[in-house]
Design a protein around this ligand. Structure first.
Ligand SMILES: [Zn+2]
Length: 233
């Protein structure tokens, strides 16, 4: 059965089939989702080229990360905001995949290529039902394509902080009710270098909570990457 989100997606594609997700100008036949001009002029941070960047320092003293970076600077009213808006609120998950693919081209030519797998920050199931998809899954998919790595969308779950402790099951030792996330497939990430993905990093609180759950799994090394960060972190 078609979800409301899918119907809306078909409808908006009918209205705006060939417009750039960044500048809204018409795409030519060789362009796909984002126009050449926008791709060339994306406000890239190049944070993946050095370790002591503004995103990495956000997590200093909070998480034992290998590395952290963002792809682009986010400014209010800018093209990055426009693209993320399409991704999150206009039922255009393909924008996330495209941005992930572009980001992955840089990461695969950097020290980040030594990761083993990609894990997107999960959405809570209620939010997932409303939106119809997790935007981070699509970013991870694009990254996985460029970097030729596996991406795992079911390894971690987002839970309610007040979830009942009486429902402890097979993976109870991975569950911490004081956290927002739990790892449900620890065997898939044990002893791996995981790249944790989110769309935007601001305070880093969501990533920190998710990272803490992942770091409970034995042997996990963790790096973090997001599509955007504020221009002044
Ligand atoms: Zn454009």
């Amino acid at each position: 059965m078609a979800s409301l989100a899918n119907i809306w997606q078909d409808f908006t594609h009918l209205l705006f089939p060939y417009n750039c997700a960044g500048c809204s100008y018409a795409l030519d036949e060789s362009e796909h989702i984002i126009c050449k001009h926008c791709i060339e002029n994306l406000p890239r941070t190049f944070y993946w080229t050095y370790n002591d960047n503004a995103v990495a320092t956000t997590f200093y003293g909070r998480l034992p990360l290998q590395r952290a970076c963002s792809f682009m600077y986010f400014t209010k009213g800018g093209k990055v905001q426009e693209m993320l808006h399409h991704l999150k609120y206009n039922s255009r998950p393909e924008v996330g995949q495209m941005l992930g693919r572009l980001f992955g081209e840089h990461l695969s030519a950097s020290v980040y290529q030594d990761i083993d797998c990609i894990v997107p920050v999960p959405l809570h199931s209620k939010r997932l039902k409303v939106r119809g998809y997790n935007q981070c899954d699509h970013i991870a998919h694009g990254l996985a394509e460029s970097m030729q790595k596996q991406y795992l969308t079911t390894a971690v779950q987002r839970i309610k902080a007040n979830e009942s402790q009486t429902k402890k099951g097979r993976y109870e030792r991975w569950i911490n009710v004081h956290e927002l996330f739990r790892v449900v497939e620890p065997q898939r990430i044990a002893n791996k270098h995981v790249l944790l993905i989110d769309d935007v990093v601001t305070t880093g609180a969501t990533l920190e909570a998710c990272a803490k759950a992942l770091l409970l799994v034995p042997g996990v090394k963790l790096s973090v990457a997001t599509i955007a960060c504020p221009s002044i972190v």
